[in-house]
Design a protein around this ligand. Sequence first.
Ligand code: AMP
Ligand code: ZN
Length: 136
Amino acid sequence: MRENNCIFCKIANGEISSRTLYEDDKFRVILDLGPATKGHALILPKDHYSDLFELPEECAGDVMKLARKMVLKMKEKLGCEGFNLVQNNGDLAGQTVFHFHMHLIPRYRADGQKIGWKPQEVSGEELEEIKNQIVD
Ligand code: AMP
Ligand code: ZN
C-alpha cells in the first residue's frame, strides 16, 4: 500500500535514497535530514499509513519493538545517555509529513535541545471530569 506523491513512501521503499540504518520487509529506519541531535532517526513503515489513527495494531507493536532494538544499538554506538521517542499526529500536533513515522532522538549531555511541554494547572475536579470523559 503506497500513496502517490508521498515522500516517505518513496524513501521507505527505496525509490529515493536515504541514509538507512536498518531495513526489513516492513520497515526502514533512516537518518533525519534536519536532526535535533546527532543520530536523530525515523522509523518508517513501508506501507502508507498517515498517522497513528490509521496504523494497524500489529504494526504499532512492531514499531515499538523496532524502536527498542534501534535505541539499544544506537546507545552503544553513539554513546548517547538518553533517548526521546517522539511521534506527531496531525498538523496541530506538529506533524509535517503525513506518513506515519516515529522519531528516535538520542540525547547527550548539554546537547542544547529541549523536548517537552509547559505544565498547566488543573484541579482534582477537572482531572476527575476528564477521566470520566475517557473511561467507558
Ligand atoms: P514530523 O514533524 O513529525 O512530521 O517530522 C518530519 C521529519 O521528517 C522532520 O524531522 C524532518 O526533518 C524529516 N524529513 C523531512 N523530509 C525528509 C527526508 N527527505 N529525509 C529525511 N528526513 C526528512
Ligand atoms: Zn506514504
